[in-house]
Design a protein. Structure first.
Length: 390
């Protein structure tokens, strides 16, 4: 390996994003953020690095194992590089924006960094775009946040979009009534995550039939709800199921063409969620393109706002995965402008979407230089002349 190659080498999971991909990513982020803003979600911009204790409180605990840590040489306190932006937005809502009326609607864009990637996403640094609805407990808030995400993804052209709904508190509500040791609890939870009916029957105790019926209720939303409606559940679990039904019905009225599925036992990735959770998929992309759900916004691990903290729901979209399901944007018309040429209406061309490249050397052949600079046109005698192909 040469010295130049060594200097170009980056750590695993990190990469340079080059033209035109970098511009395409920025355009997606800004278009999505503008869409959220049109629904009343005001934009915030938290810092890349925060003190560890605030960054990893509340929802941040779910990604603490993925968070880079470093010592701040100024304060001599431990800091963390954000691995997710949800907890930062919650902190802003509970500190800087306490006087703002609730429900509070906030949105954000930014880069996150994680200690390691996953099989489906090896990247350790990637862009997030999202929105949080803080201070609203109703199912209508869940419907709004999902519908806005779906509408924004449709607006940028994401094809074959579907949403998978889950109820993270449902299984724990059933398992609370069971006398399980720690090892038995983990074995049952693992069996449910793997959809292993045999293992669930082995560890399911008195709730075995209900748990197996929950697994049978995985699939298209209407069919799943029909299966689940026949279950006899404890009050807490039945309440969560009723909320799911309201969300499905509300989304069906608001977006009748949306493909909605239900997985009532899914928990992976929803560890801190306290109500309806959701994941967005696009056919052709193996991993999810976004997700979110209901949680309690807290500060420094303490309850804030009322006895249970502030109710919140929100979503995060993963721009790298979104880019893989979108067609590449069409190349913009690119105009080479030789030095000394009268500029005329070039400003108008830029307003119409043209890219102009100013020449710096009057001695070169304008057409040759235009081709070298990857231009499609050259500015001659006050007109944009197309270059001959060849």
């Amino acid at each position: 390996m040469t010295d130049l190659e060594r200097k170009a080498l980056l750590p695993a999971g990190l990469r340079d994003i080059l033209p035109p991909e970098a511009a395409f990513e920025a355009e997606i982020c800004e278009t999505l953020a503008a869409g959220f803003g049109s629904h009343g979600y005001d934009r915030v911009k938290p810092p890349l690095v925060e003190f560890e204790d605030s960054l990893m409180s509340g929802a941040g605990a779910a990604v603490s194992a993925a968070t880079f840590r470093l010592m701040d040489p100024v304060s001599q306190r431990m800091m963390g590089v954000r691995a997710d932006m949800t907890t930062q937005v919650a902190r802003i809502a509970l500190t800087r924006l306490t006087d703002m009326p609730r429900p509070l609607r906030l949105s954000y864009t930014g880069e996150v960094l994680r200690i390691r990637g996953t099989q489906l996403r090896p990247e350790r640094q990637f862009a997030q775009v999202g929105a949080e609805l803080i201070g609203a407990e109703s199912a209508e808030a869940d419907i709004e946040i999902i519908a806005i995400a779906v509408a924004s993804l449709h607006d940028i052209g994401v094809p074959h979009l579907s949403v998978d709904l889950t109820i993270p508190p449902l299984v724990p509500a059933l398992m609370e009534a069971m006398s399980l040791g720690d090892d038995e609890y983990r074995a049952l939870r693992d069996a449910l995550d793997r959809k292993d009916v045999g293992a669930v029957r082995k560890h399911g105790d008195a709730q075995v039939e209900a748990l197996c019926s929950l697994m049978d209720g995985t699939g298209p939303a209407n069919a799943a709800l029909e299966v689940l409606s026949g279950l006899s559940l404890p009050d807490a679990a039945a309440k969560e199921l009723d909320r799911l039904r309201v969300v499905v019905e509300g989304l069906g009225r608001r977006m009748p063409d949306l493909d909605i599925t239900v997985d009532p036992v899914e928990n992976r990735g929803f560890e801190y969620h306290t109500g309806v959770g959701f994941t967005f998929f696009s056919r052709g992309e193996r991993g999810e393109i976004g997700g979110g759900g209901r949680y309690i916004a807290t500060l420094n691990g303490a309850d804030v706002g009322n006895d249970n903290g502030e109710a919140a729901t929100g979503f995060t979209l993963y721009v790298d995965n979104i880019m893989r399901v979108l067609p590449s944007p069409p190349a913009r018309l690119r105009l080479y402008v030789p030095p000394g040429e009268p500029l005329g209406n070039i400003d108008e061309l830029r307003k119409d979407g043209w890219v102009t490249v100013a020449g710096l050397d009057a001695a070169v052949d304008a057409s040759v230089e235009a081709r070298r600079m990857k231009c499609s046109h050259v500015w001659l005698s006050g007109c944009a002349e197309p270059l001959e192909q060849g």
